[in-house]
Design a protein around this ligand. Structure first.
Ligand code: IMP
Length: 178
């Protein structure tokens, strides 16, 4: 069973739902005069994006992008575009949805890219933030939870593509990644 690999539940399903409600309300207020394009970064953002948009009460459009950043638990520093946006974001307000901001490299590159495509604003909403790991200066405007320097899995976050379907954020048992 998937659960057997989990050392500890860090953030429960209920806590995530509650926080998504708060973030959804905040985003709805901040973007009330525009129709933002919400860009989900595949695949980690999918569960969070699905939960968050239920609580956004204004018109939005959804887009997806896939970039590669991680292999196993180590950051590689470079970011590749695996799937680009389907539609133009020129002169649009863009809100990027991310699972976690770790070193910040992914978001820095993605933000630059979206601005180079003509977005009028690019902000970020991330389920998790690991500020202690940051190597570049970047912050998400909206953060679900700030967490310590632990490798986490679940609610979209994977280890070698596994555990994304866990309905909570947890810490993996060490023997599972050693
Ligand atoms: P960054 O570019 O270092 O900020 O890394 C961002 C990406 O690394 C995230 O979108 C995740 O896919 C992955 N990542 C970073 N930390 C973790 C973690 O603790 N668990 C699972 N994936 C992680």
């Amino acid at each position: 069973m998937l659960m057997d690999d989990v050392k500890e539940v860090l953030i429960s399903q209920d806590e995530i739902t509650q926080r998504c409600k708060e973030l959804g309300e905040e985003i709805s207020r901040d973007y009330k005069d525009t129709v933002p394009i919400i860009v989900g970064l595949l695949k980690g953002s999918v569960p969070f994006m699905a939960e968050l948009i239920k609580y956004i009460t204004i018109d939005v459009e959804l887009e997806f992008m896939a970039v590669s950043s991680y292999s196993g638990t180590e950051s590689m520093g470079d970011v590749r575009i695996l799937k680009d946006l389907d539609r133009s974001i020129k002169d649009r307000d863009v809100l990027v949805v991310e699972d976690i901001v770790d070193t910040g490299n992914t978001l820095l590159k993605v933000k630059d890219l979206l601005y180079s495509k003509g977005a009028s604003s690019v902000e970020v909403v991330s389920l998790l933030d690991k500020p202690s790991r940051r190597t570049v200066e970047i912050e998400a405007k909206y953060v679900g939870f700030t967490i310590p320097n632990e490798f986490v899995i679940g609610f979209g976050l994977d280890f070698n593509q596994k555990y994304r379907n866990l309905p909570f954020v947890g810490i993996l048992k060490e023997e599972c990644y050693r």
